[in-house]
Design a protein around this ligand. Structure first.
Ligand SMILES: Nc1nc2c(ncn2[C@@H]2O[C@H](COP(=O)(O)OP(=O)(O)O)[C@@H](O)[C@H]2O)c(=O)[nH]1
Ligand SMILES: [Mg+2]
Length: 192
């Protein structure tokens, strides 16, 4: 698969109908600041398609993009940011529940974890949820450029062990260098 066109469709405060809904979807999940928006931009080779932020916890919307005029990329709101209020967390939960209850178009979840850290409890919970729900997922470990080759190998094993997946299923990713792009596109292609 190659991405030849990518356009922003809409931002939704809650998951509902949007123009063109019904095409196959790839969704992106991960904690706040893990690099979801940066990955979408690097994957689509577009600088500012998705808004990135140095301040975690900014994306409170479900952002929808149309790729190749044939599939939707769904940027889900990040989780696990400590500084959000209880009501914000509840709103996040409700948004996600709403999304998954209508996710018949979802073909594959792109689950992001930070390669530098052991996956959080929220990450593990998300992967377990996907597994239990029978939703296919691909794991990319972001910010790989921040580790040396040797550190990376250990990090990938820790991520794999914590998420109970095989190390070779983890795709080291860097939005800075474009590393992992071919591997990720290939892995996603298998599900759509
Ligand atoms: N070095 C490096 N920084 C990254 C990478 N991906 C994201 N970042 C930085 O991490 C921060 C959060 O990224 P963003 O894409 O907004 O995360 P989101 O909250 O998951 O959408 C920003 O400062 C990005 O520049 C990466 O692959 N490598
Ligand atoms: Mg974002």
């Amino acid at each position: 698969m190659e991405i030849n066109s990518a356009v922003f469709v809409t931002s939704l405060p809650k998951y509902c109908s949007f123009p063109g809904k019904g095409l196959p979807q790839i969704a992106v999940a991960g904690k706040s600041n893990v690099g979801k928006s940066s990955l979408i931009n690097a994957l689509c080779r577009r600088k500012n398609l998705a808004k990135t932020s140095g301040t975690p916890g900014k994306t409170r919307l479900i952002n929808v993009f149309l790729l190749n005029e044939t599939l939707h990329l769904i940027d889900l709101p990040g989780y696990g940011y400590a500084k959000v209020s209880k009501s914000e967390k509840e709103r996040w939960g409700a948004m996600m529940e709403e999304y998954f209850s209508q996710s018949q178009d979802l073909k594959v979840m792109l689950q992001l974890v930070d390669i530098r850290h052991e996956p959080t409890r929220d990450d593990v919970q998300m992967v377990n949820f996907l597994r239990d729900s029978g939703i296919p997922f691909v794991v990319a470990a972001t910010k790989a450029d921040k580790l040396s080759k040797a550190q990376r190998q250990r990090a990938v094993h820790l991520v794999a062990r914590t998420l109970a997946v095989q190390p070779w299923e983890i795709i080291p990713w860097s939005s800075e260098t474009g590393e992992g792009r071919d591997q990720l596109l290939k892995a996603l292609q298998e599900h759509i």
